[in-house]
Structure formats: structure tokens, C-alpha cells
Design a protein around this ligand. Structure first.
Ligand SMILES: Cc1ncc(COP(=O)(O)O)c(C=O)c1O
Length: 410
């Protein structure tokens, strides 16, 4: 059972931190905390059916294989995929994007072609395309988000050409928090014959996402950002595309037959899952999805919007603060980046930590975006549904002390 006092389910959020208070954990874009339901499921797996899926004939191996494939079907349903075979388990979003860039990219992109990404991409959705462009002689071009931090259809229209082979874009920027209009962008890209990869690392955990409604060709996300253990993620791919792709990673468990000079691979998705799989991660992901569905993805979106509304009001009232991205909670998810005049974001984060408030400071693996914004770094607070108004109040209260603590005028 999931109660509405969500923090009760998260042991880490109950333990005392600085000043004896529990941590106000506002770094959920980096990773989320785990509910005891997920922790118990992983422990139960180790205690009762730890074995290698798809390998043994003995009872616990059969049991883990069934559980593994059930979670594949659950994950497919969760993202609106037509078929469980469109879900490839990966180590995370980074691994999923790397695999897509290698497997699909190298077959679809040639010299002189264009790959389009946005300047707000996380390095995980930038470096694989940069390498692909270098290796193939393709050109990597950048979309620029507008003032609200989103890529508009006008911007895409200005950059999309008949040479564009891939549009790889985040649903939600991990710095700016705005939701890109993916359905419209994907339709425009498809009209020009380009494939669309959606980096959904910051959307699948927070808002309802349906791959068929959005009509994207590939989508990547990570379990650890949605209550599940680290080291598990998903690459969604349309079946007809996955079936035509060569696996990027080679090893055990992916072949029909191997001879001295050749190999025939299994069908997707197994052909992309070389080596021993993270079965405990998959089991945890299944329970995480159950938990999120019990709360409801629309309810999660509403809770985060309400908290973001509070955060925008509270933070706007702090003197000499600069907020990045949209000023309206309706236009963003629970990510808010900011800087305080004269203060390095690392100093801000350290002072907040002394109040038991956890935020992230740095370039957030988005250096081209930092250059575009004209800063080296920002502070970022990021919400999840278990956060409370009290967490926001503590953030604002601690932030209001920062300039004074460092000897600046308030
Ligand atoms: C937008 C975005 N894409 C990709 C990633 C990479 O996710 P992971 O490190 O879980 O592979 C992140 C992580 O912060 C992210 O925010």
C-alpha cells in the first residue's frame, strides 16, 4: 500500500541530517530515493530467487526469467509501447543513447548528413552524437531553446533540412526544466525522413509519457531517477527499427548461432542484452513502476507543479537571485536552476547543506548550455512527489542567509 504521506515509505528521508532534521532532499534530477517496497523487493530477490535469467532450467532461474519478462511487459505498458519486444534493458539512459547512436546511427548516417540536437542536451545525449558525426563525416547541428528554455517548432523548422537523419532531443532539460513539444517536433522531423530519439531521463519519472502518442522512434530513460536501483534503464525502439539494427555490445546471450567466422543474432530485444543482466535492477524497476502507478503519473505531475508554484514564489522573493527557464510552473517540471549574485553556486550549495538542504551545483553535465547561458555553473533544485512545502520553505529560508553568511550585503 502507498500512503499519501509518501516520505513514510522512504527510510532515507526519515533519518536525521544537519541540525537533527531529516534531509530536505531536492536533488531528484540526479537520482531519487528508494521506497521500502523497492528495497524489500531487491532483498527478497537476493534471498529467494537470485539466478541468471534466460540461462538455467532449475526453478529459481525459471522464476527470475519470468519475473524479468513480466517487468519488460510492465515497462512497455507504462510508456505506451505497442509490444514488450520494443523494450531493451540497458544500464541506464546513457547506455541506451550510446547503443542507439552506435547501432542505429552508424547504419543511418553518412558523410554530409546532419544530426540535430539542442544546445541544452545533457552530455549523455550529446557526446554519442558528436562521436557519430566525427566517425561518419556527418554535421552536428544545434537547436537553441527560447527564453522559457524550450525548443520551439519555429526553431526546428529553421534547422531541419532534407539532410537531417536524426533528431535527438531531451523531453525535459535537466537544467531548465521546460517540457519540449515533442509530438510536434517529432512529426516535423518524420516529414523530412529523420528518426527521432527522445532522451526521457527527466520526463518518464515525472509526467505521463506515451511513446505512441509522441511517435518517437527511440526513447531512453533510467531506473534510478524513478525510485528503482541504479544500473538499470530502458532503450525503447520501434520494432521494425530494432529488428534491422546490429547490436552495439557483443557477448553472451544474444546469438542464435556462432561459428568461427560468423554469428546470427537473436531477435530484438535479446540481441541488445549481451552479458549477465541486472536482474535485481529489473525486479526493482518493476516495483518502482507499481509504486508510481499507485500514486498516478498525473497526480505526480500535479504535486510537482504545486510545489514548483510555491518554489517560484518563494525564490523570486529572495534578493539578487537569478532564476533560469520558464517563470510559470505550468510550463516546467520540478527542476529549477538559479544563481545568487556574487556567490559561486558551490558556496550556495555548501551553505544549504549546512541547513540540511540538498541541491546540486555545477554544470550539470550540460557545458554547452552553460556557455549559452553565459555562466560556468548554476545551483539546481529538483523535486519529486515525496517533497513537501516544508522542504521548499527550508530551501528558501536557507537561501535567504547565503549572501550575509559570505559577508555580502543581503
Ligand atoms: C536529461 C538527462 N539525460 C541523460 C541523463 C543520464 O542519465 P544516467 O546517468 O542515469 O544514464 C541524465 C542524468 O542526469 C539527464 O538528466
Amino acid at each position: 500500500m502507498v500512503s499519501t504521506d509518501y516520505k513514510k515509505d522512504f527510510p532515507l528521508l526519515l533519518q536525521p541530517d544537519a541540525g537533527g532534521l531529516p534531509l530536505a532532499y531536492l536533488d531528484n534530477a540526479a537520482t531519487t530515493q528508494k521506497p521500502r517496497q523497492v528495497i524489500d523487493a531487491v532483498r527478497n530477490y537476493y534471498e529467494t530467487f537470485n539466478a541468471n535469467p534466460h540461462r538455467g532450467a532449475y526453478s529459481i532461474s525459471v522464476r527470475v526469467t519470468e519475473a524479468f519478462e513480466e517487468v519488460r511487459a510492465k515497462a512497455a505498458r507504462f510508456i505506451g509501447a505497442a509490444d514488450p519486444e520494443e523494450v531493451v534493458f540497458t544500464f541506464g539512459a546513457t547506455d541506451a543513447i550510446n547503443q542507439a547512436a552506435q547501432s542505429y546511427g552508424e547504419q543511418a548516417v553518412g558523410a554530409g548528413d546532419e544530426i540535430l540536437i539542442s544546445v541544452a542536451e545533457h552530455h549523455s545525449n550529446l557526446l554519442p552524437w558528436q562521436r557519430l558525426a566525427k566517425r561518419t563525416g556527418a554535421v552536428l547541428r544545434y537547436l537553441i531553446p527560447d527564453q522559457s528554455g524550450r525548443v520551439t517548432t519555429e526553431e526546428l523548422a529553421a534547422k531541419l533540412t532534407s539532410k537531417t537523419k536524426i533528431l535527438a532531443i531531451a523531453h525535459v532539460s535537466n537544467v531548465l526544466g521546460g517540457v519540449n513539444p515533442i509530438g510536434e517536433l517529432a512529426a516535423m522531423a518524420h516529414e523530412k525522413g529523420a528518426a527521432v530519439l527522445l532522451d526521457a531521463a527527466q520526463s518518464v519519472p515525472h509526467i505521463p509519457v506515451n511513446v505512441r502518442d509522441l511517435d518517437v522512434d527511440f526513447m531512453a530513460f533510467s531506473g534510478h531517477k524513478m525510485l528503482a536501483p541504479a544500473g538499470i534503464g530502458v532503450l525503447y525502439g520501434k520494432k521494425e527499427l530494432l529488428q534491422r539494427m546490429e547490436p552495439a555490445r557483443l557477448g553472451g546471450g544474444i546469438v542464435e548461432e556462432v561459428t568461427q567466422q560468423d554469428a546470427r543474432f537473436l531477435d530484438a530485444p535479446l540481441r541488445f542484452e549481451a552479458g549477465t543482466q541486472n536482474a535485481e535492477g529489473v525486479i526493482g524497476l518493476g516495483v518502482a513502476i507499481d509504486y508510481l502507478e499507485a500514486v498516478g503519473m498525473e497526480a505526480i505531475q500535479d504535486i510537482e507543479r504545486r510545489l514548483m508554484d510555491d518554489a517560484l514564489q518563494e525564490l523570486c522573493a529572495i534578493p539578487r537571485i537569478r532564476l533560469y527557464g520558464a517563470g510559470d510552473a505550468e510550463e516546467r517540471t520540478g527542476i529549477l536552476s538559479f544563481n545568487i549574485e556574487d556567490v559561486h553556486p558551490h558556496d550556495t550549495a555548501t551553505i544549504l547543506a549546512s541547513h540540511g538542504v540538498a541541491v546540486r551545483a555545477g554544470h550539470h553535465c550540460a557545458q554547452p548550455l552553460m556557455a549559452h547561458l553565459g555562466v560556468n555553473a548554476t545551483c539546481r533544485m529538483s523535486l519529486y512527489f515525496y517533497n513537501t512545502e516544508e522542504d521548499i520553505r527550508r530551501l528558501a529560508q536557507a537561501l535567504s542567509t547565503v549572501r550575509e553568511v559570505l559577508g555580502f550585503e543581503p
